[in-house]
Each structure stands twice: as structure tokens, then as C-alpha cells.
Design a protein around this ligand. Sequence first.
Ligand SMILES: [Zn+2]
Length: 93
Amino acid sequence: MGPLRILILAGLLYIGYRLIMRSLGKGSGTKDAKKRASAEKPEMITDVLVEDPVCHKLVPKQQAIQLEVKGETHYFCSRECSEHFLSEKGEEL
Ligand SMILES: [Zn+2]
């Protein structure tokens, strides 16, 4: 057993330590990515129901007809309802 053997052992231990630290770092990195992905998920949900202000039907946001009036977005089940809403708004104004 010479000092060379001890140096090699120390080197192996060091390499092993570096590998473990690197894999741990990778692990936490993917966890962070997963966290970020799950944080974005609520915005990705497309089947949010919105209420049609004309017939009060609940419509999936993606399928709803969007109409922006005075900076407010309204959602309608059909173009008929959006036109009805617009004509009502027109009477009000
Ligand atoms: Zn409607």
C-alpha cells in the first residue's frame, strides 16, 4: 500500500462525489421544471365555463364567441346572443 493507492482512492471518491452532486443537481432541476409546468397548467385549462349574459347558458371558454365591449370581454354561446347583446347595449347607450 503506497501513497499512490491512497491518491487513486481519494480521486475515485472525489469523482463519485462529483457524480452524485451532479445527479442531485439534475434531479432538483427537473423538479423545478415540473413545478413550473404545473404552475402553468391552470392557464392551459381550456374547458373553463363562462356565462352567456344573454341566455345565461354556461359555455366552454374556447368554444364561446368572444366580444370585447369597452375593454370588457363577454362570452356568448352563439353569434345570435352576441348580436342580441350588442343591440341591447346599443339601445342602452
Ligand atoms: Zn346564448
